[in-house]
Write a protein that binds this ligand. Structure first.
Ligand SMILES: [Zn+2]
Length: 289
């Protein structure tokens, strides 16, 4: 059982999850040794019990295209791992587009499966700096009881547009807390993620892939110098988080992990963003190739 501890004066909650410290660590650093990856095909019986799959085959055997398992080291009472594909290296930015579509269909199915149980948060951690402990591309889903107050950002007006598609707008909000923070918002407002239409989910696959490609390309190569804008790059391969806002008026928030939070921020709750979102949007718009 997860333990929720309230902070009465601020109305914030803490989750105490001691079992988390037992989880194995593998972010690809120890390559060359015969490491096994428990998320790769062939190791289904080691990774955790399967609750969902796209693709043929019996549960806990190979043949799957997208696989969902119960997290062996849960933070909350419902905590799942969504393994993006059998591919140990390629992620949303580089998998075939029709496969990205399948990942998003899985997100929607699992979101709707749990939506009556509490707040459903789907999130993705890539790279050490973003808190990933296993490098095989995957996302996670947690369900947090309805009575727990979540301190999440609500949707604000669109500005600094990077691009748009039939159903979505990509932008760098004026209130961005992190350098190169990017939001993807549906044009149809007021819905929960689980209500996304079949047509919009196909569109989202392309928009999400394109946005991650641009971010990774720009922040990895660092070749695009823009006068007056500080050069920030990924020091140790791509590192970012994204999550799908759990509540009504959903959006996807992508946060590249280029900087650490420090004393001023911890002591005040204020964020210091070294990149003006106006510049970030301009730079990403030029990244269209
Ligand atoms: Zn793997």
């Amino acid at each position: 059982m997860a333990k929720y501890v309230p902070d009465i004066t601020t109305n914030r909650w803490i989750i105490i999850a001691e079992g988390r410290s037992k989880r194995p660590k593998d972010t690809g650093k120890q390559q060359g040794t015969n490491k096994i990856c428990v998320f790769c095909p062939g190791f289904e019986k080691l990774s955790g019990s399967e609750v969902y799959r796209l693709g043929p085959g019996e549960p806990n055997t190979a043949g799957w295209q997208v696989r969902v398992i119960a997290n062996k080291y849960p933070i909350t009472d419902f905590h799942e791992v969504i393994i993006h594909s059998p591919d140990d290296k390629r992620d949303i930015d580089s998998l075939p587009l029709e496969h990205v579509h399948k990942i998003l269909l899985t997100f929607r199915d699992r979101y709707n499966f749990y939506s009556k149980n509490g707040h459903v948060l789907i999130f993705n951690n890539v790279g050490d700096a973003a808190g990933a402990s296993i490098s095989h591309p995957h996302s996670q889903l947690v369900v947090i009881p309805k009575q727990i107050n979540l301190d999440a950002l609500t949707f604000e007006p669109i500005m600094n547009t990077v691009g748009e598609s039939a159903h979505f707008t990509v932008f760098c909000p004026d209130f961005s807390q992190w350098p190169f923070e990017v939001w993807i918002a549906p044009k149809k407002r007021g819905e929960y993620f689980g209500q996304i239409s079949q047509e919009a989910i196909g569109d989202l696959a392309a928009v999400l892939q394109d946005t991650l490609k641009k971010l990774i390309f720009h922040l990895t190569t660092g070749q695009h110098f823009h006068p007056g804008v500080p050069m920030v790059t990924f020091k140790d391969g791509p590192a970012y988080n994204f999550y799908i806002h759990h509540g009504q008026d959903w959006y996807i928030r992508i946060i590249p992990r280029l900087v650490h939070r420090a004393g001023l921020e911890l002591g005040t709750g204020l964020s210091v963003n070294i990149i003006d979102p106006v510049d970030a949007a301009e730079i990403l718009r030029q990244e269209i190739r």
